[in-house]
Design a binder for this molecule. Sequence first.
Ligand code: DAH
Length: 344
Amino acid sequence: MDLITALEGLAPELEKGLADARSLDALESLRVDFLGRKGRLAHIMSALPQLEPAQRPAVGQKANAVKESLTALLEERRLALEKALEAEALRRFDASLPGRLPWRGSLHPITLVTQEICDVLRGLGFDVASGPEVENDFYNFESLNMPPEHPARDMQDTLYVSDKVVMRTHTSPVQVRTMLARKPPLAVICPGKVYRRDSDLTHTPMFHQIEGLMVGENISMAHLRGILTAFVREIFGSATRVRFRPSFFPFTEPSAEVDISCCMCGGAGHLDGEPCRVCKTTGWVEILGCGMVDPAVFEAVGYAPEVSGFAFGLGVERVAMLKYGIGDLRMFFENDVRFLGQFA
Ligand code: DAH
């Protein structure tokens, strides 16, 4: 058989093969079989050197034409096949299947607890105020009855920005800012971030506090007690018992720390016969600091000596840990979605 005839036989053979090719893979094997480096066309052309030189150009031209038509056949089939595959995919597509839902985030537990506390206190008549996290020494310390060299400054492990500027160590400076801006009577709370140079299992350099302040005529310790008792019962349940323990803060006099009956064991100190790990068997947990605003603070803001008021400050992480039974402070800052998702 001469080479021209052999070449002419390729296209009809490829067409036969294409009729059975049902996938892009089958198409590719056909391409390799006919046009590949060791394919049929190459095989036929390997006989070219044995021809008379005068015959070679005609065979060469034929080979090129055949190669073009084989390529065209393959390409035509490829397009048809792709169309068919797409139509098949569409036929199988079930528009009634439920879609993949987007993953939904949720509020951070600290945000949730802050909102809840603020809601309760707003219900008791407090406005929500805020102040800067980078604070002047005057607001953070001096006006709160902590002059330079006051020993209470040591308790706070202050992060200094400069000599007279600090990262606020508590939300109490907002008391002063509020009183400088407003006249009594007033009742405000201030939620926010505070900073201390302290980092271990139970302390983080940044944490959250909520400050409270009520000033007016004849505001007494009884008001403080009534408001805080109502407040903790809203947050921790109506059976919660409240205990005021004498304490000291430079900006209040007298000062107290407030304990509530342990929300884990109900104040029994034991849970299912085991020692309660939250209150360490005492039945009480400390929840906040408070007191009657010290006259020196009123003096610093220019209030008349006849006014009276109370203040309190609480740690949001602490409330959240007690409320949700979270044992490890670090959970709040690691942002593990398996933890955060539980508050959705
Ligand atoms: N500022 C205090 C602290 O960070 C908490 C505090 C205690 C605030 C007593 C008050 C208060 O307003 O009356 O440790």
